[in-house]
Design a binder for this molecule. Structure first.
Ligand code: GLY
Length: 392
């Protein structure tokens, strides 16, 4: 076990290591997704891809890589080889998704699994899988008169898919930056940079809140509409979106050298903290009304991970220190008030919210929240071990 890490960070990493190992013995070959009201994991098989059934869009299994990431963070924390073996076995299942060009989530799947697996072990097989996945992600680029974006959902030959863009694509493009460095092919980087530029042009409102999703005119690049899928309403401020954007902006600054991306990340973060107030976790949507509005601990975990990037990258030491403190404050709050220490609850963070409008995990542990929490903890406990160079 690591020995010089802060007690709250160690306690959380211990819990992750304990629960992932226990869950591996009961979940079979499927992958955890959101916790059910009784605290057990709802799971999904790896091969379920995103797609349309009539007019209904399903995201499929977009989270399988995060489970591998949790096993890898547990390996780094415990140095116990059995986590690496489990991560390898899971990776063999996840690998097939490198052929799935139907969704931007191919970025999430491989940047949380194959990339850190390769970084930790040097295993070429999974480097190749991550490069193949990056190639699929790059092929989702739609070039318009105004700029280019990586389309989010659906087969590219489906006009609904081509026109769609969601804010979380910003947190998928790090796979492209990594691929550019790894392969020497700058077109990966140019696609990601173009996407970040166009997203800020089309998603950012004048008050520094963001749309969750945008439908584009695929010829002109005009925004036909801004809307939401998981937020309260189309003009509302969905709290998870800002963390996704900050992550993509910081990575874009690191890889392009364009510091305007960092300034944008700071403006969005200032707005987010102004709305947050003194609690470490926001409501799932800052504009949701009524009583019993669910919180979203995942929004804070993702924001913390993005702010650690911002802090690592900012050239001004006092600005960097300000944002690092904010990230640590979020992590401390999550560790203090949101850890799922009851063994009956199988997740790591209580009170995440996958989708309140669809009532999917509206008050649950969510796999992506647990993963980005673990990633942030690892960055604090073992700087440079887990997060690859694309984030630098
Ligand atoms: N699909 C990403 C999110 O729910 O935030």
């Amino acid at each position: 076990m690591s020995d010089v890490i802060a007690p709250h960070v160690k306690k959380a990493l211990d819990l992750i290591a304990e629960k992932t190992l226990q869950d591996e013995t009961v979940i079979g070959a499927a992958f955890p997704y959101v916790t059910l009201p009784d605290g057990s994991w709802d799971t999904m098989s790896v091969g379920i891809s995103a797609g349309y059934t009539g007019e209904d869009w399903s995201h499929g299994n977009w989270f399988c890589g995060f489970w591998v990431g949790l096993l890898l963070t547990s390996y780094l924390h415990t140095k116990d080889e059995k986590y690496l073996k489990l991560a390898h076995d899971r990776m063999v299942l996840v690998e097939e998704r490198a052929n799935d060009g139907n969704t931007h989530d191919i970025g999430f799947i491989f940047l949380s699994s194959a990339m850190p697996f390769y970084r930790i072990t040097g295993e070429q097989r999974f480097r190749s899988a991550a490069l193949k996945a990056a190639d699929k992600l790059r092929s989702r680029l739609v070039v318009t008169d105004k700029g280019a974006y990586v389309s989010s959902w659906g087969p590219m030959e489906d006009p609904r898919g081509r026109a769609s863009s969601a804010i979380d694509t910003m947190a998928n493009i790090p796979l492209l930056y990594w691929a550019a460095r790894e392969s020497g092919d700058a077109s990966f980087r140019l696609a990601a940079e173009a996407h970040a530029q166009m997203t800020m042009l089309s998603f950012r409102r004048p008050d520094d809140t963001l749309y969750h999703a945008v439908e584009y005119d695929t010829k002109t690049g005009d925004r036909l509409r801004g809307y939401t899928f998981q937020g309260a309403h189309d003009e509302s401020y969905w709290s998870r979106g800002t963390g996704w954007a900050v992550m993509g902006l910081a990575t874009s600054a690191a890889n392009s050298g364009n510091m305007d991306f960092l300034s944008q990340a700071i403006a969005l973060s200032e707005k987010w903290f102004a709305c947050l107030g003194d609690k470490p976790v926001p409501p799932y949507d800052f504009d949701a009304e009524g009583s019993g509005v669910p919180e979203d601990s995942a929004a804070s975990a993702i924001m913390a991970a993005g702010l650690l990037d911002l802090a690592d990258l900012h050239p001004d030491a006092s600005v960097a220190s300000h944002w690092r403190k904010k990230a640590h404050w979020l992590i401390e709050g999550l560790c203090r008030d949101y850890l799922a220490t009851d063994p009956k609850h199988r997740g790591i963070l209580l009170h995440g919210c996958y989708s309140e409008p669809h009532k999917i995990g509206p008050d649950a542990a969510v796999m992506f929240g647990d993963y980005f929490f673990a990633e942030a903890l690892c960055r604090i406990a073992f700087p440079d071990s887990f997060v690859p160079d694309y984030r630098k």
